[in-house]
Design a protein. Structure first.
Length: 161
């Protein structure tokens, strides 16, 4: 699962969440190399022909477009959410793409964990409410992972009180 709990000293716990990556950077390099080879293979018969110079910019443009799209996907997926639970504070920090950061803090005794089966931006929408604010948690997780995480969060919050 793309989240893990870490136990820190003195009854504190941290939850780290991140989006699932089906294609790692190394796989992207392999994919681009194989795509370039497969696009270039038919162009081998055109070596020495002026037609090759007409097709070459389009072939290179296609490779560049694939690289740009995959690179954008990697940048947009650089999300890490860290929930720090201690006996006196529940703090959620979301490190988003391109350096964006959002913080939320509340007293863990008053934090409510809510799983919205429908009506949210995603099915099984998971939120934390406290300090007059409601924040989402793990919107990038699958439905089953959010359901599982909800019960784990409830246990962790009860254990911190």
């Amino acid at each position: 699962m793309p989240y893990e709990w870490t136990q820190a000293p003195e009854g504190t716990a941290e939850l780290h969440l991140w989006p699932y990556r089906s294609l790692p950077r190394r796989g992207m390099v392999w994919f681009l190399g194989i795509t370039a080879a497969l696009l270039g293979l038919p162009a081998l018969v055109l070596i020495g022909s002026p037609v090759l110079w007409g097709l070459l910019p389009f072939l290179m443009g296609a490779i560049w477009a694939i690289w740009a799209a995959l690179n954008r996907s990697f940048r947009d997926g650089e999300i890490i959410e860290v929930l720090h639970l201690s006996p006196d504070t529940a703090r959620l920090t979301r490190h988003g793409p391109r350096g964006r950061r959002a913080d939320w803090q509340a007293n863990p005794h008053w934090v409510q964990v809510t799983l919205h089966p429908s009506g949210g931006p995603v099915p099984q929408y998971l939120t934390l409410r406290g300090a007059g604010r409601e924040v989402e948690l793990g919107a990038f997780l699958t439905e089953a992972e959010r359901v599982s995480l909800e019960s784990e969060l409830r246990r962790a919050l009860k254990g911190n009180q």
